[in-house]
Write a protein that binds this ligand. Structure first.
Ligand code: IPE
Ligand code: IPE
Ligand code: MG
Length: 251
C-alpha cells in the first residue's frame, strides 16, 4: 500500500508500533495530575499519524491500555476510558476522509457497552480506508493474544476442522492480531523504560527496538524522525549473515 504522495525510502519501516509511555511523569513534572498527561498524550496521536503517512509508513500500532492497566486507580481508568471514547467519536470521520482504516485490538468484553459501540462504529466508518492502517491496542496484552490464538486453534481441532499436526508457527501466527499487516519493523517505547510490558510478544520477534527518554506528550515529528533514522542504521540479519558480515575475513 502506498501512502499519498510520500517519499518512500527503501528502508523506511512499513509498520511502526509504539508503547506510548510517560504521560504520568510528564504531568508530574508540571505539578499536574496524571489525567492532564493522558489528555496531552492523546493530542499527539493525530500529528503522529499524519507524520507517519507522510513518511511512507503503512501501519501504525499504538499501545493505549494494557491488560494490566486496570490496576490503575479507578478514577484514572475512568478518565482513560472516556478519552478513548471521545477520541473515537472525534477522529473516526477524519480518518475516513484521509483513507485511514482503524482497528482496535484487545479484549473488548471488559469495556462498557457504550465504548464497545463506539469502537464498532469507528471501525465501520473507516472500514474502506486503503491509505494506511491505525491499530489501537486497548485492553491488550501479548499473553492474551497468544492465548486467544491457541484457543481458536484448539476449537478448530475439537471441531475436526484441523489436525493437531497441522499446528505450526504459521498456523499460530495467522490467528494472532496484526497477522494481515506487514510485520512490525520498528517498536518504539517512550519515557526511558526499556521493557515490553506485555505488548506484542509474538509479533516483535524481529522488530528493531528503539527506546527514547522523551515522554509521550513530547513525542513529536522530530522524535519520530530520530527513531526512523536509528532504524535505517540497523543491520537486520534475521539470524542470517548480510554482506556487511561477509566483508570481514571469511570464516
Ligand atoms: C502511559 O503513561 C499511558 C498508559 C499506560 C495508559 P503512564 O501513565 O504510564 O505514564 P508514567 O509511566 O506514569 O509516566
Ligand atoms: C505500558 O505502560 C502500557 C501502555 C503504554 C499502554 P505502563 O506504564 O503500564 O508499563 P509499566 O507498568 O511501566 O511496565
Ligand atoms: Mg508508564
Amino acid at each position: 500500500m502506498s501512502i499519498g504522495g510520500a517519499q518512500l525510502s527503501s528502508s523506511s519501516p512499513r509498520h511502526i508500533a509504539i508503547i506510548m509511555d510517560g504521560n504520568g511523569r510528564w504531568a508530574a513534572r508540571r505539578g499536574l495530575s496524571p489525567s492532564a498527561g493522558h489528555k496531552a498524550g492523546v493530542e499527539r496521536i493525530r500529528d503522529l499519524l499524519s507524520a507517519c503517512r507522510g513518511r511512507g509508513v503503512e501501519a501504525l500500532t499504538l499501545f493505549a491500555f494494557s491488560s494490566e492497566n486496570w490496576q490503575r486507580p479507578p478514577k484514572e481508568v475512568e478518565l482513560l476510558m472516556s478519552l478513548f471514547h471521545s477520541y473515537l467519536r472525534k477522529e473516526a470521520r477524519r480518518m475516513c476522509d484521509e483513507g485511514v482504516r482503524l482497528r482496535v485490538i484487545g479484549r473488548r468484553d471488559r469495556f462498557s457497552p457504550r465504548l464497545q459501540r463506539a469502537i464498532a462504529e469507528a471501525e465501520e466508518i473507516t472500514r474502506q480506508g486503503r491509505q494506511g492502517d491505525l491499530v489501537i491496542a486497548a485492553d491488550y496484552g501479548g499473553r492474551w493474544d497468544i492465548t486467544q490464538a491457541a484457543r481458536q486453534l484448539a476449537k478448530q481441532v475439537a471441531s475436526g476442522e484441523r489436525s493437531v499436526d497441522s499446528i505450526d508457527e504459521q498456523a499460530l501466527d495467522s490467528n494472532m492480531q496484526l497477522a494481515d499487516l506487514p510485520p512490525v519493523d520498528l517498536l518504539i517505547r517512550s519515557s526511558g523504560e526499556q521493557r515490553i510490558s506485555n505488548f506484542i510478544l509474538w509479533q516483535a520477534a524481529y522488530s528493531e527496538l528503539y527506546f527514547t527518554d522523551t515522554l509521550w506528550p513530547d513525542f513529536d515529528e522530530a522524535a519520530l524522525d530520530a527513531a526512523i533514522a536509528a532504524f535505517q542504521q540497523r543491520d537486520r540479519r534475521f539470524g542470517g549473515r548480510t554482506d556487511e558480515g561477509n566483508t570481514a575475513a571469511q570464516a
